[in-house]
Design a protein around this ligand. Structure first.
Ligand SMILES: NC(=O)C1=CN([C@@H]2O[C@H](COP(=O)(O)OP(=O)(O)OC[C@H]3O[C@@H](n4cnc5c(N)ncnc54)[C@H](OP(=O)(O)O)[C@@H]3O)[C@@H](O)[C@H]2O)C=CC1
Ligand SMILES: N[C@@H](CCO)C(=O)O
Length: 428
């Protein structure tokens, strides 16, 4: 039996406490699987005397996570505080400098500083692991780096923010507005302390940036992501999309194109019969397409104490087994700087508009679309009692620039009774 693996855990919130529970409840199993006894040398959090539902008396306490990260009796620094900068980054850097392995769940830190941290870890010949940072309990990092190592990755799609998927699903089920369900989710504690990280798509975009780097051998490019949150999704769109056979999801897509790396995180329509269309509530799903394997679908809990701690422990176990490997699947120095694709891959679009109910109104819209080179695939007009007519259009594949110019031209027709809504339909 090899010598014990000594952990220092900074952050004793949802995830940190979950990790401590697994370490206690599964001590024998972890030792049997890794050949290594795991011990916690010390822990750190902001408030020492907080009741965390379990005793911390057997661990040393450090007020300063940087001090914890550099202790002589810590082999692995487990960073579970969060935040792209501040103590999380300072302590991670200190740990790597001191030659400690690091396990983190911090997608924000990796999305913004991953390249520098990876270079530092690899120069120090220590592991920097982050399975929990993307899609919580789903082992997507391991799948991409190990299980699919023989594949050229062609595309990754994912619903990777459980809170947004909860809100969109609940809007449909309850028939309530975004504002009402946002307030409900916030009240239930489902949203980050800064809810904009969730509903603005930022948290999911952090995760997408990490996956892109592994999939395409590129330096993380968070700023290159075309980002849009779910705030403007109306219950009318959810209903109309359902009527046309679609669901609205905050969908992340990354693919390498001849125009550069295309990374998008935005609300999209997906067929309601597709795996992504059937993903309800707070669950996550990642769809990976490889040139040899074809399409695989991973589904599971993207957040929460148990699932996230499960992913953290997978990393700790790998370190205990002596596994190291490059941080993003190939040496950080060989990751290529990438150019963000200037345009989006063509797609069909969903358009919802209210037209003034007078002769020739629909003809004017059809003309505008035709002049922009956009062909109508399906169309539906609903019964109405007021002066405006609700119209839905699904287009054939078109490019975003043509759509933007068509929307601008529609404004000038004088037949719109409100601002039209345009959402991309992702071919999944
Ligand atoms: N919760 C989830 O389901 C998931 C979380 N993650 C990631 O895991 C990480 C932790 O998340 P989570 O457990 O939810 O966060 P919490 O807010 O529940 O816990 C954060 C912990 O960090 C401690 N902390 C914060 N600032 C400091 C500081 N300056 N010095 C020392 N300790 C500090 C807090 O101390 P105190 O308790 O005293 O306030 C708290 O114990 C984040 O990076 C998050 O993005 C990833 C996937 C899912
Ligand atoms: N706020 C995130 C937590 C997990 O990263 C979510 O809702 O998915």
């Amino acid at each position: 039996m090899s010598k014990p693996l000594r952990l220092g855990i900074a952050g004793l919130g949802t995830v940190g406490v979950g990790v401590l529970r697994i370490l206690r409840q599964q001590a024998a199993l972890l030792e049997a699987r890794t050949g290594c006894k795991m011990v916690v040398s010390a822990v750190s959090a902001r408030t020492r005397n907080k009741d965390r539902g379990l005793s911390l008396s057997s661990y040393d306490w450090e007020d300063d996570p940087v001090k914890l990260a550099t202790r002589d009796d810590v082999d692995v620094f487990v960073e579970l505080m969060g935040g792209a900068d501040g103590p999380a980054k300072a302590a991670t850097e200190a740990a790597l400098t001191a030659g400690k392995h690091v396990v983190t769940a911090n997608k924000a830190m990796l999305a913004l500083h991953g390249q520098a941290l990876a270079e530092q870890a690899e120069a120090a010949d220590v592991a920097l692991r982050y399975e929990a940072a993307v899609a919580g309990g789903i082992p997507v990092i391991k799948t991409l780096m190990e299980g699919l190592a023989g594949n050229g990755i062609t595309r990754i799609m994912g619903v990777m923010n459980g809170s947004c998927n909860y809100i969109l699903t609940r809007m449909e089920d309850a028939g309530k507005s975004y504002q009402e369900i946002f307030a409900e989710a916030d009240g239930l504690g489902y949203l980050e302390a800064d809810p904009q990280l969730d509903v603005g798509g930022i948290d999911a975009a952090h995760k997408l940036a990490i996956l892109s780097s592994i999939a395409f051998g590129t330096k993380i490019d968070f700023d290159g992501i075309q980002l849009e949150g779910i705030e403007r999704i109306a219950i009318e769109d959810i209903r109309a999309a359902a009527d046309m056979g679609y669901k609205i999801k905050l969908l992340g897509v990354t693919q390498m194109t001849g125009r550069g790396l295309e990374q998008r995180m935005m609300p999209c329509l997906v067929p309601q019969t597709s795996p992504l269309g059937q993903l309800d509530g707070g669950t996550n799903m990642v769809v990976i397409e490889g040139d040899a394997v074809g399409q695989i679908v991973l589904r599971g809990a993207g957040a929460g104490e148990g699932p996230t701690a499960s992913a953290v422990m997978a990393d700790v176990c790998d370190i205990a087994r002596g596994l190291r490997g490059s941080v993003f699947g190939q040496p950080a120095a060989t990751l290529e700087a990438t150019t963000a694709a200037s345009s989006q891959t063509p797609a069909p679009y969903y358009l919802r508009m209210a037209l003034v109910d007078k002769p020739g109104a629909l003809a004017k819209i059809a003309t505008v679309l035709g002049e922009a080179g956009i062909s109508i695939y399906r169309m539906r007009q609903y019964e109405h009692s007021d002066v405006s007519a609700p119209v839905l259009i699904v287009t054939h594949k078109t490019n975003r620039d043509a759509l933007v110019s068509a929307l601008a031209a529609m404004e000038k027709t004088g037949v719109l009774a409100g601002e039209p809504v345009a959402l991309r339909i992702e071919e999944v």
